[in-house]
Design a protein around this ligand. Structure first.
Ligand SMILES: [Zn+2]
Length: 67
């Protein structure tokens, strides 16, 4: 578990890594974020892989049947 490099400073920005091509970049500036309905999908601009796919930000969790 060796980090590639030491932190340059306080981690105020989120960093994302593409599992497909290994691209690294700060989020969301260096990534392609698409919103589709209630979902927000983050894609790698280099290879097009979906790096993150999640429901769009909601402060409230829908009540009802949990799993
Ligand atoms: Zn990629």
């Amino acid at each position: 578990m060796n980090p590639p490099q030491a932190d340059p400073g306080p981690a105020s920005k989120s960093r994302l890594f593409c599992p497909d091509c290994g691209r690294e970049g700060s989020f969301p500036e260096e990534w392609v974020v698409r919103t589709d309905g209630d979902r927000a999908r983050t894609e790698c601009p280099a290879c097009g892989a979906v790096v993150d796919d999640r429901p769009r930000d909601r402060s409230a969790v829908e009540p009802g049947n949990g799993e």
